[in-house]
Ligand binder design. Structure first.
Ligand code: C2E
Ligand code: CA
Ligand code: CA
Length: 920
């Protein structure tokens, strides 16, 4: 069905168009009657909905011409109006042949029902024009009334436009005058070099060109705490010349005082109603002052006075004029700054000349010095170099010509944040001598350590005029110190921290942790069976293995952690800032995994494992020696427990950690011993009643045959990182099984696999998915990944980019447990997702709480508008199913239809579903 919406206002059209489109209509739009006729003749609609008041051709004319057009006249015409709502309007519209007259706004559902009714009648050929009451006046009379009303409103509009135009003409004149005075002021600034003369000229320009009655400039006299007249021009200027000193005349002074004491612009467009000036009303009236402005003048940002302007018109300053006078005041301040700078430059030139003589005397000594020397001038915040000696050129690599006039700060390169700089800056500010060590950079960018002495130079009057800097290049000394430090801190073979550095770091960490009430953990790592390799294959091979392991240890931990090589096959890792000991366990498990990756050295493959002991501060001990001793003891327990495993130092092991650890090591084995399996729960498509999707849910049958719930072990696996291999196993198994079903049973099923937050963030996720799809042959369109809302929110920007990559692969993305988090659907919309799973808790409430039902309904509706599929999860009763069906949920999952099933049982269910189709 095609609808033509005619309305001159875009927002009105938008509402109607969305409403019709939402109900599956095709919609054309026109802005007035003329356009509507043209469009309809080109492509006749099934229905037209038109506004009445429109430019070019109004709705009445459109309606008349519509009914007169043989091609269009049978098409139903609905008038939809907000302006013409009187009974007469309705009569006229119906008289002219409208099929309905609807007044805006109207309830969308009622409106659509009415439209469908009219369309239905039109199709059936039973559309009758609505009945008119017998007393209807003739249509020409009604129409002329409408025209009169239209004319009336147009003439009011025109009247308003004319008034507007007159006002703006006056305003333009005023603006023009001020532009002229701005330009004159700038001319004056360029040409005049004496401030007093400039002040006078500016006042004169304001009056002669700018249309002000009086302009005057006053400067602050700090000693008297008062404002002194500097220049004035215009009416009433004679007041200033009177025998009374000007500053006793409050009427003139007040605006300035506002400007000066508040450091803000004073602006008054109606002096007659400015109560602080009440006492001077007579004076102001006599002078015919109606508006006033006073603008602060500044020198180097500091307030020094104000320029004040009086005008004879009330309401003189509008926004544009205010901006212009501000500009004039700003230009004036700028000119004052320049005067001051020029003055300073002249003075410093003179000073330099005076000191040149002295310089010449010292020059010889300077040239001969082995230390670099530079002499710097003192300007505001800058210290331009005036002289350097040959040693400076040698040390820095810059020639004198290159550096003269530059601030010596350039020697710091980009390395600005140095501890010595704080002291240096403060010494320069206080004009005192100082010595600091800085990292400086030569012309070619290479670093040199500069032991710098800066001393002020005083002239005859005792003022500091220059600074002398003596540069001592101590790079060699620093290098030697660094080498010593490295030998002390770094393990020569692996580059990891030495035992010494570890001790320092542990002591620091303990001091810090004690203060912050944080925990720290020390992991003691001992390679299993290393001695045998070293003895049988020699030190070279042994060293290569140690270096490779060191690299893995480093890569597995973060920059914040300290990794140390203690001796031959012993390593240690210090973890600071721990909130819970579980993180230590997670890192230890990661280390075991990393160490256990196949390793090649000297052309041979090795399968290394390690045993790790963990001790904790403050639980186990309070100093370095006992911390490392206890970690060592725990490591031996790990060895006894069969190697390739982790143990906490026993004293700190609370029951909870033990339980987790136990669970953790059992879970580790579960993977190898095939104790993990998948169950599959069908999802039924509401529209067809068929199983089109399934969710893979992990099951763990322990060695004792008992099932352990994923709710108990998935969070642990997530914490320890085991979720990564387990998750990959789930993905692979589920994809392979689904592909097998396609081939064996012929059912193209979409399989949903749950991703935990850590899996979702793992950097290899997309790569793993691509690999698994390639290995199993499952098309990407048959894989759906379920991610919880909270996993998305952890880092929204990153999540969005991962989702985009998955989307590009063609994989479906579903938001699991929707409704439990805090994000709104509108927010989720920014992510490229395909499906929402309404959380079980919600589904269970829909038949119990009216609120939940309303929320669930609106979620499904909004989701469908965003083109997201919806799944109702945990459906256990007929009532829940009926409700979800009624609100338009796409898929249903829950015990009502089926529990999660072992693969064979699920296959049987699929086959059963195939039966009726096969027999057709
Ligand atoms: P989930 O993703 O929300 O999975 C749905 C859970 O609801 C499943 O519990 C399922 O058995 C249960 N369920 C389905 N229909 C009904 C029903 O009508 N009534 C009730 N009361 N429950 C129903 P299960 O299998 O115990 O899984 C629990 C959670 O463990 C899952 O919640 C999911 O977060 C996690 N999980 C399961 N398998 C995996 C997996 O392979 N990887 C990851 N990362 N997490 C998984
Ligand atoms: Ca799920
Ligand atoms: Ca769920």
């Amino acid at each position: 069905m095609r609808v033509l919406v005619v309305d001159d206002r875009l927002d009105n059209r938008y509402l109607l168009v969305s409403l019709f489109k939402g109900h599956g209509f095709q919609v054309d739009e026109a802005r007035h009657g003329d356009e509507a006729l043209a469009k309809a003749r080109n492509l006749p609609p099934d229905l037209v909905v038109s506004d009445l008041l429109m430019p070019v051709m109004d709705g009445y004319s459109l309606l008349r011409q519509w009914r007169a057009d043989d091609q269009l006249k049978a098409i139903p015409f609905v008038v939809y109006t907000a302006t013409y709502t009187q009974e007469k309007d309705r009569k006229l519209a119906l008289e002219l042949g409208a099929d309905a007259f609807v007044v805006k706004p109207t309830d969308p559902d009622d409106f659509m029902a009415q439209m469908r009714h009219i369309l239905g009648q039109a199709q059936a050929g039973t559309l009758k024009p609505p009945a008119l009451s017998p007393d209807t006046e003739p249509s020409y009379k009604l129409y002329s009334e409408v025209l009169v009303r239209k004319l009336e409103s147009t003439s009011i509009e025109l009247q308003a436009r004319i008034e507007e135009l007159t006002q703006s003409q006056e305003h333009i004149q005023r603006l023009n005058r001020l532009y002229a005075s701005l330009s004159e002021t700038n001319q004056a600034i360029v040409h005049i070099t004496d401030p007093d003369e400039l002040f006078h000229r500016v006042c004169r320009i304001a009056v002669e060109c700018g249309g002000f009655s009086l302009a005057w400039i006053g400067l602050l006299d700090k000693a008297r705490g008062d404002i002194r007249l500097k220049a004035s021009f215009g009416e009433g200027a004679s007041w200033f010349a009177g025998e009374q000193p000007f500053y006793t005349n409050d009427a003139l002074r007040l605006p300035v005082q506002f400007a000066v004491s508040d450091e803000q612009i004073f602006l008054c467009n109606d002096l007659a109603n400015c109560s602080p000036l009440d006492a001077y009303r007579e004076l102001l009236d006599k002078a015919n002052f109606r508006s006033a402005a006073s603008l602060p003048l500044r020198l180097k940002g500091e307030l020094i006075g104000a320029i004040t302007l009086f005008a004879a018109q009330k309401g003189f300053f509008d926004d544009a004029l205010e901006a212009l006078v501000k500009e004039i005041a700003g230009d004036l301040s700028y000119a004052l700054d320049n005067f001051a700078k020029e003055q300073e430059r002249r003075e410093s030139e003179e000073r330099l000349k005076a000191s040149e003589a002295a310089n010449r005397l010292n020059a010889r000594a300077l040239e001969a010095s082995a230390n670099g020397v530079m002499i710097c001038d003192i300007e505001t915040n800058k210290y331009p170099i005036r002289h350097v000696n040959p040693a400076f050129e040698r040390i820095t690599g810059y020639s004198g010509v290159e550096v003269l006039g530059r601030d010596p700060g350039f020697l710091l390169g980009k390395d600005l944040d140095q501890p010595g700089m704080v002291e240096l800056r403060s010494a320069i500010k206080d004009r005192r001598e100082t010595g600091v060590v800085l990292r400086n950079y030569q012309k070619d960018g290479s670093l040199f350590w500069n032991e710098l002495t800066m001393a002020p130079v005083v002239d005859d009057t005792g003022t500091v005029t220059h600074f002398v800097g003596v540069i001592n290049d101590i790079t060699e000394r620093k290098r030697y110190e660094a080498q010593l430090e490295r030998q002390y801190n770094e393990d020569a073979l692996t580059g990891l921290a030495s035992r010494n550095l570890l001790r320092d770091r542990v002591n620091q960490a303990i001091a810090f942790a004690a203060h912050q009430h944080k925990k720290i953990a020390l992991l003691f790592i001992d390679l299993d069976g290393f001695k045998r390799i070293n003895d049988s294959l020699g030190h070279l091979v042994g060293d290569a293995i140690l270096c490779a392991i060191a690299e893995r240890v480093r890569a597995t931990t973060s920059d914040m952690d300290t990794c140390a090589h203690l001796s031959a096959d012993e390593f240690a890792v210090l973890l600071t800032d721990l909130v819970r000991p579980q993180r230590a366990l997670a890192v230890a498990n990661d280390l075991l995994l990393a160490i256990n990756q196949p390793l090649t050295a000297a052309g041979r493959q090795f399968d290394m494992t390690a045993s790790i002991g963990i001790s904790l501060y403050p639980e186990d001990c309070r100093d370095y020696d006992s911390l490392i001793g206890n970690a060592d003891t725990a490591m031996h327990h790990a060895k006894e427990a069969g190697r390739n495993t982790v143990r906490f130092y026993a004293a700190s092991m609370n029951a909870e950690a033990l339980h987790r650890l136990n669970l953790d090591s059992r879970l580790r084995r579960a993977i190898d011993q095939n104790e993990l399996l998948l169950h599959y729960q069908p999802l039924v498509r509401v529209s067809t009643g068929r199983v089109t999707d399934a969710e893979a849910l992990i099951r763990w049958r322990g060695s004792d045959g008992k099932f352990i719930s994923p709710v108990d072990f998935i969070p642990l696996a997530e914490e320890t990182g085991l979720i990564i291999p387990i998750g990959e196993w789930v993905l692979r198994t589920a994809c392979a099984q689904t592909q097998a079903w396609t081939q064996e049973i012929g059912v193209v099923l979409r399989i949903a696999v749950n991703l935990s937050a850590r899996q979702f963030r793992a950097k290899d996720l997309v790569k793993t998915v691509v690999q698994v799809l390639a290995d199993t042959g499952l098309p990407a369109s048959q894989l759906k990944l379920e991610i919880t809302e909270s996993a998305l929110m952890e880092d929204a920007a990153k999540a969005a980019s991962i989702l985009l990559e998955l989307k590009r692969l063609g994989v479906t993305v579903s938001i699991d447990d929707f409704g439990t988090g805090y994000s709104s659907l509108a927010y989720l919309r920014q992510f490229p997702i395909d499906q929402l799973k309404i959380d079980r808790a919600f589904v269970q409430d829909v038949t119990r709480h009216a609120d939940s039902a309303v929320i669930a309904k609106s979620v499904v509706e909004l989701a469908s508008q965003l083109r997201l599929e919806t799944v109702g999860e945990g459906v256990e009763t007929q009532e829940q199913q009926a409700f979800l069906q009624s609100v338009g949920c796409d898929l249903i999952q829950g015990y009502l239809f089926s529990r999660p099933l072992p693969a064979e049982e699920f296959a049987a269910l699929l086959r059963a579903q195939m039966q009726p189709i096969a027999s057709v």
